[in-house]
Design a protein around this ligand. Sequence first.
Ligand code: ATP
Ligand code: MG
Length: 722
Amino acid sequence: DGGKRPDYLAGLNPEQTEAVETLEGPVLVLAGAGTGKTRVLTTRIAHILNTGRAFPSQILAVTFTNKAAREMKERIALLVGGAVEGMPWLGTFHSIGVKLLRRHGELVGLSSGFTILDTDDVVRLIKQLIQAEGLDDKRWPAKQFAGMIDTWKNKGLGPADIPEGDARAFANGRGRDLYFAYQNRLSTLNACDFGDLLMHPIAIFRKNPDLLKEYHGRFRYILVDEYQDTNTAQYMWLRLLAQRTKGEPQNVCCVGDDDQSIYGWRGAEVDNILRFEKDFPGAKVIKLERNYRSTEHILGAAAHLIAHNEGRLGKTLFTDRADPDDVKVQVHASWDSEEEARAIGEEIEQLQRNKHLLNDMAILVRASFQMREFEDRFVTLGLNYRVIGGPRFYERLEIRDAMAYFRLVAQPADDLAFERIINTPKRGLGDTTVRALHDYARARDIPMLAAAADIIETDELKPKARKALFDVIQSFRRWQELLENTPHTELAEQILEESGYTDMWKNDKSAEAPGRLENLKELIRSMESFESMRGFLEHVSLVMDAETNENLDAVSIMTLHSAKGLEFDTVFLPGWEEGLFPHQRSLDESGRAGLEEERRLAYVGITRAKRRCHIWFVSNRRIHGLWQSTLPSRFLDELPETHVEVAEMEQSYGGYGRGGYGQSRFDKAEPFANSYSTPGWKRAQANKNDATRDNWGSRSGHAVERIGYGESGPKGRTIDGE
Ligand code: ATP
Ligand code: MG
């Protein structure tokens, strides 16, 4: 140590400094939004490196998204003056899991070049298993079972561990057998799913104490961001690595905020925060209370809202960012989502005229379907935007087909890829051929591509199919030979040309075809930043959001879930209506707990804003082509008067009357006033937490068509009388 105090420590407050400098032993930083938790982690890493306590490769740092990992790397480089030689173990739980499996996969029966299946592959695979068991796949949908497996894996449960009740719940008690069969099939395919990226490392470490010990020695410091959203499997994984033999210090530092736990639906366990102190005795718990991000109005609104939740650990938050120019949180109403998008577009253009950067603005939606409206509008306006996390580029049909070709070239045992493209484009290799290949492969326990090469030597297939298959196999052999020596982008292009895949879309007369061809071009372009086909395939398996152009000034559009940890000067929060936000599904499936998670999501949304926060609700939404009237979100009623103001009503909105509103205060203002001091302020308690409330998700009785909708629109609501 010694020497002068480095610059990067100078700006920290005393609690932050303590969190950065307490390097020995377990540390838990529990603090609200914008208090500098992530900054503490970053600075801590810089401090470790700068004081020579560890090499970059001896630090294990877990972030929630790949984007966050990239940003953290950049910031660390800035803090230590750019001298960091990479940080090989900085990433998400999943990406670190991949890395461990690439090294030690053989310990769980995976050989090098194994495939990581995406959800779609998993569902196809399970469907095959269900059919092979002679079960009705309509009665027992593969998708449902895929969800069950995912849930089990999030809890760290393998086929042998699942509770009796759970096992019985699917396929007349055959759930466990199916789960076993699924895992067997995966290992035959030399593949794993996302859950296995956690499960396999856990198994590897448990079965190989010496190896675990080696990693204990390697990882001198362990750090975890967004700790409140770890699931049980992640926690098990972390504990294995962080709990060393007695007596040795466990240099593990986790930072989190229970109020921002928003992945309960995906198995996150906020209780992991409470377990930390038990599992890591002597842990130092540090609280940060000063918020550096937001204005007093934004923070006040968020704090008041989240106070409606019951299950909280409780924290204090303050800011001294109080400027007389600070604006209150603005609530706006629009007629429908089209108008909402138009109004937000205008607001953005206004800000732009006042020299604000688009990069500093974000639209955070509750459900990804909401994005389309904004995308359409922004294309019309010529406003640059980027979709972060949303409906992903790599999930598009043509991209998946192309990827299947690439996968099969790089990983010839990838049967799912084989099945996906063997008859795409059409080559006369229909179901009969595929079934014959399938049986042949299963009987000999070999991959389908290998089976295909064998089967054409026999007379099992009709001459035409045999010829077609022969051609395909020749092509794959050629591409495989090129894999090592041809630049991978060139090869990729060649594959798509020679396979006839590009031509298939060129000959396609549908409206989407040109877009698909553009996407394929974009796919090739996106490969350029990778060194090899394999590196690229791995990247896609992890579905990063690398397709965004970081250099462009653009508004970000994303879901509230993917906005975690981020911050923007201006944040737009559209769609604050009952049924959409809080989302009906959460309420139906998880009741009070679901509502509280929705409220945390609202808290996350508001606290992303540094200076300006605009909340929107519309009075009509089109669901499945039908117009339905909506109620303003109950969360709007939970915002404090002092920090919020209702903006002028949108002009076109005034013409329609406001039939859709009930007892919300947003209904009673007449005309829509710039204050909250109107009667009818509090929504009737009866409306709160009423699981049976009528809303846009179920109000088919009020559905009206767009045409002819006007003064006589949906008036009144059956719910109010209940
Ligand atoms: P979240 O809960 O949303 O993830 P967080 O607790 O991780 O928030 P950070 O993102 O680390 O908070 O910090 C919020 C903002 O405050 C950042 O812009 C950060 O640079 C700034 N900040 C944090 N600490 C300080 C400080 N001591 N001085 C000045 N700015 C700070
Ligand atoms: Mg953070």
